[in-house]
Design a protein around this ligand. Structure first.
Ligand SMILES: [Mn+2]
Length: 298
């Protein structure tokens, strides 16, 4: 196992910053977004502190009007070997700063109550009983927890246990981590979701777990699946990441938009979504290049 620098002093600050959230119990797995303001959506940060901070800066241009949602996989970036021999397919090189991303996310969430959110991704789920992710390490959750130490690890697990799985906005937008392939009959299916108990399950097996399996791991959904999913939640368009889209985003049919804000992209191709929460979107074709689909650096 590789050696990581000590984060003792950072850990102390981490606990102080996250203290208020420990008073909150498990929150709803369905996040209901407001009917006015601007919605900023970012996907798959995977420990990239610079890209995380860029999204936070964009949000902070108008923190009383904006709502920022990360759609999961804030954490788990490249290992040291990958950092040394950076492959082209991983886009612009960066170091994994997952502990600091988590610390700053908690800080921002507490500083702007109700306006900064993260949905559950498969990489977060691995910390509270989801299948172990192995993109850069055999067990990325274990490696990150060893790096963070006990205090920040406890804060991370508390955070992950509280994360919503899906966000819905009155403007028709439904946000989730992966493709909208899960069978849902309605918002009630999101109550009583159990996060723990899948750590030793293979992905193929976990994929069949109702709601969570597809919502956290699906790389694609058929038009029929997407329409049924959206209709169960009263939405019209689904926005998600999890997969890599080299060009920054891809429309799938009329209902789906897969977005890549950070992971495995070159800086020039990274895209986030900005929607008007007071304007209804009926199809993903209404989202315009440069208006709703915006370059992270550009
Ligand atoms: Mn993912």
């Amino acid at each position: 196992m590789s050696m990581f620098p000590s984060h003792c002093s950072a850990g102390r600050r981490f606990e102080e910053v996250s203290a208020p959230s420990t008073l909150v119990g498990v929150t709803s797995r369905l996040l209901r977004l407001p009917a006015s303001g601007r919605l900023l959506v970012a996907t798959d940060i995977q420990g990239n502190l610079r890209d995380f901070r860029r999204m936070l800066e964009l949000f902070e241009e108008s923190p009383s009007d904006n709502v920022l949602v990360f759609t999961g996989d804030l954490i788990h970036g490249p290992d040291e070997e990958t950092e040394r021999q950076w492959p082209d397919y991983l886009g612009t090189p960066y170091k994994d700063e997952s502990p600091e991303v988590v610390r700053q996310f908690l800080e921002a969430r507490d500083r702007y109550p109700g306006r900064v959110h993260c949905l559950l991704g498969n990489h977060e789920h691995a910390h509270v009983g989801g299948p172990r992710t192995a993109k850069f390490h055999m067990d990325e959750a274990q490696v990150l927890e060893e790096r963070m130490g006990p205090g920040p690890t406890a804060a991370l697990r508390t955070l992950v246990n509280q994360l919503p799985v899906i966000a819905v906005a009155p403007n028709g937008a439904v946000l989730l981590h992966a493709a909208p392939a899960a069978r849902l009959s309605g918002p009630k299916d999101l109550e009583n979701i159990k996060l723990e108990g899948y750590a030793y399950m293979g992905i193929d097996e976990f994929f069949h777990v109702p709601v969570l399996g597809a919502t956290l791991w699906s790389r694609m959904a058929s038009a029929e699946q997407a329409r049924a999913f959206l209709s169960a939640l009263g939405g019209s368009i689904a926005i998600y990441g999890h997969d890599v889209v080299r060009e920054g985003y891809e429309r799938v049919g009329d209902e789906q938009l897969c977005v890549s804000t950070s992971f495995a992209l070159l800086d020039k191709d990274k895209v986030y979504v900005e929607l008007d929460l007071a304007h209804t979107y009926s199809t993903v074709h209404e989202l315009r290049d440069g208006v709703e689909l915006k370059k992270l650096y550009g």
